[in-house]
Design a protein around this ligand. Structure first.
Ligand code: UD1
Ligand code: CA
Length: 455
């Protein structure tokens, strides 16, 4: 969804400076993933959805990984470093260069709050367009502990945000809470932020003080309320798990709304970019990592792990299959139990139904890969390609030692170790000739039986 407000240009400032010490991680908090993408990635994607004209990201000192994630996902965004963590207002002011002289609206997002929907941002923008000087995104908290409380007057207009540590008992009883998302109308941002002080329980510069300052200036200050599930902030791993659960619930609902059947939706895990066609059936316990597309009528049986793969129309996958990055399956391909496919393009109608490893290669139209086939793609230094032609038949328990080509329509005898190219239409067998000694078993049993008795 793309939202346009052509008359009101938008600057989005993303606060990502928090170290997130409660995560107990070597990695900055905002790089932890929800639905296969970093929390920061979700917020940058939201900024794109909101058609921000300019994006500024505030990071902490030494957060090279966060800087790299911004460069990768939002190359046009500017990055600012907040030297010391002196509060949320101080963090926004680290992006002063981006805000100064900005005549449009300004929206502040937290990078540790990854579940906000584009429609909610649209409501905040509409509130500014309707005349509010400051619009705050609020929610009714089941348990308001730790959140800033939104204090309103009899007309429902926002009068102040009170941090819990500074709140009176009556104010603490309020359950309408601050999500942290705040929007400032046309050009007001810097003028308000520069007057925020740090006379509070934590001695920090609170962004939330902007409400009282703007109001004293005569600006209208408004609340937009959204579901609590959109504004969960992640400070520790248990909250990361809650965010994941909420994200997956939404993804499963979307998948079903778009025409997929999930037999046990609560056991299927999607990534942010999983694309599913119509009439796809997904059995229980299937995990989709990033980069998966599934065309119409595919059937994914139980217990599959799938990432970076394209599954063509009418394919049958699993149970217990693993598709890794670069598995590109044409229409009606069958991948059966305990088959792993990595970086192999399989043409329409080809099959690998049992116990195989297919890595780095191509499989032609209608080709059949027998049980136990291995593409020996790696020599300890380099990866090599295996090419199986159209209509070829690879007998069970064959090793195809790459680089190697099996011509169209060729047969590979079971148990062969194929190290040389096989011409189209040939039979290649690589195994010692079978020897048979008639009556041998009976003689053997007699001799051995006697020895045992004797001894
Ligand atoms: C903040 C709000 C609170 C709200 C809550 C919602 C303030 C003063 N309080 O409280 O009203 O209910 O979020 O989750 O704004 N950050 C920086 N630099 C700083 C301080 C914070 O970048 O110097 C970033 C953090 O990384 C985080 C965000 O700003 O992403 C919020 O900071 P945090 O300290 O978690 O604020 P809360 O106490 O949760
Ligand atoms: Ca927080």
């Amino acid at each position: 969804m793309t939202l346009q407000h052509p008359a009101r240009p938008l600057l989005i400032v993303v606060l990502a400076a928090g170290k997130g010490t409660r995560m107990k991680s070597a990695m900055p908090k905002v790089l932890h993933a929800v639905g296969g993408r970093s929390m920061l990635g979700h917020v940058l994607a939201l900024s794109e959805c909101a058609s921000a004209d300019k994006v500024a990201v505030v990071i902490g000192p030494g957060m090279d990984g966060v800087r790299a994630e911004v460069a990768k996902l939002a190359p046009a965004a500017s990055v600012f470093v907040q030297a010391d963590q002196r509060g949320t207002a101080d963090a926004v002011l680290a992006a002063r260069e981006a805000i100064a002289g900005w005549a449009g609206d300004c929206l502040i997002l937290y990078a540790d709050t990854p579940l906000i929907q584009a429609g909610t941002i649209q409501k905040l923008r509409a509130t500014l367009a309707a005349g509010a000087g400051v619009a705050v995104l609020g929610f009714h908290a089941a348990d308001p502990t730790g959140y800033g409380r939104l204090l309103t007057d009899s007309a429902g207009l926002l009068t102040a945000i009170r941090e819990e540590k500074d709140a009176s008992p009556a104010e603490r009883a309020v359950t309408l809470c601050n999500s942290g998302v705040m929007a400032f109308a046309l050009g007001d941002t810097l003028r308000v932020l520069e007057r925020i002080g740090n006379a509070n329980a934590k001695g920090e510069f609170y962004l939330t003080d902007a409400v009282e300052i703007a109001r004293a200036d005569g600006a209208k200050t408004a609340v937009v309320v959204c579901p609590e599930t959109e504004v969960l902030g992640v400070n520790a791993r248990d909250q990361l798990a809650v965010a994941e659960r909420l994200y997956q619930t939404r993804a499963r609902t979307d998948a079903m709304a778009n025409g997929a059947t999930l037999i046990a939706p609560e056991t299927v895990w999607f990534s942010y970019d999983t694309r599913i066609g119509r009439d796809v059936i997904i059995e229980p316990n299937v995990f989709f990592g990033p980069g998966v597309t599934i065309a119409d009528n595919a059937y994914i049986r139980a217990n599959c792990h799938i990432e970076g793969a394209h599954i063509g129309a009418g394919c049958r996958i699993g149970p217990f299959a693993r598709l890794r990055p670069g598995a590109n399956l044409g229409d009606n391909v069958h991948i059966g139990n305990f088959v792993e496919v990595k970086n192999v393009a399989m043409s329409a109608g080809s099959k690998a139904n049992h116990l195989a490893y297919l890595g780095d290669g191509t499989v032609g139209l209608e080709a059949n890969i027998g049980a136990g086939t291995i593409f020996c793609n790696y020599d300890g230094f380099n990866k090599h390609k295996t090419e199986v032609g159209d209509g070829a038949f690879v007998g069970s328990n064959s090793s195809l030692v790459a680089p190697v080509k099996i011509g169209a329509g060729a047969y590979i005898g079971s148990g062969s170790v194929i190290t040389k190219n096989v011409a189209a239409g040939s039979l290649a067998v690589e195994r010692s000739t079978q020897e048979e000694r008639p009556g041998w078993a009976e003689k053997f049993r007699t001799v051995m039986g006697r020895r045992k008795q004797a001894g």
